[in-house]
Design a protein around this ligand. Structure first.
Ligand code: 5RP
Length: 221
């Protein structure tokens, strides 16, 4: 049973205001997006909206299908109008994402979209640090981990729950959670990608708007 706070619900409600008929929407992953998908599904059914969505995880895909939201594969869409997604930490010039392990597809869709709207709550704004996930090709995991350890970091292979061993992402990869300190997010984002085997990182430096859900409503950053 997932806990859904009022803050997350209010952020999701506000995000609905950015949905217009005929948009192609990138749907992120996570509990806040779960709420958004339910609201979007209701709106699609009640207003017969002709939107289509590109999901960033199997989890999102299944929920969106259950809600009757028309879905597109990446190869079926020439562009994405807006991407809407949650975050684990929101700073002025970067986000940390990937708590749900969907960071790679989330970043592909967020960076492809004309506009990327982030949904968060006050806690995510107050956080000073959060483990930075790095998705790696399984074959490279121990090389990448050793490389990071040489820099004084303590990478941890993310383990699955209710299954033995590491989690396997929707792309068939592993995730290393790291205690990276972020001072220059753009530089770090670029440098990490140069390590062979690194597929993507949870450092996001490109976003358009942030909606902060509060107990009573929401505010834009
Ligand atoms: C998944 C993510 C999520 O957007 C992030 O973890 C926030 O999740 P939630 O809305 O459940 O707090 O990056 O990979």
């Amino acid at each position: 049973m997932m806990f859904m706070s009022q803050e997350k619900i209010n952020a999701a409600k506000k995000a609905l205001e950015f949905v217009k008929d005929e948009l192609i929407i990138g749907l992120g992953s996570g509990t806040t997006i779960h709420e958004f998908i339910k609201l979007l599904g209701k709106q699609v059914r009640e207003q017969q909206l002709k939107i289509a969505a590109v999901p960033t995880s199997y989890d999102t895909q299944l929920l969106a299908m259950a809600q009757g939201i028309p879905l597109l594969q990446p190869e079926q869409t020439p562009f994405i109008d807006i991407a809407i997604d949650g975050a684990d930490l929101v700073a002025k010039d970067y986000l940390i994402k990937g708590g749900g392990g969907a960071l790679t597809r989330e970043k592909i869709i967020a960076y492809e979209a004309k506009e990327f709207i982030v949904l968060a709550d006050e806690d995510k704004l107050k956080r000073k640090s959060y483990p930075v996930p790095i998705e790696v090709v399984p074959f490279s995991a121990f090389f990448v981990a050793r490389h990071l350890a040489k820099e004084g970091l303590r990478p941890e292979l993310r383990l699955a729950q209710r299954r033995l061993g590491p989690i396997i992402t929707d792309n068939g990869n592993f995730i290393l959670d790291t205690d990276l300190k972020i001072t220059n997010p753009k530089k770090l984002e670029t440098e990490l990608k140069l390590i062979p085997g690194v597929v993507e990182t949870g450092i996001f430096t490109k976003f358009s708007k942030v909606i902060i859900g509060t107990k009573k409503g929401s505010r834009m950053l």
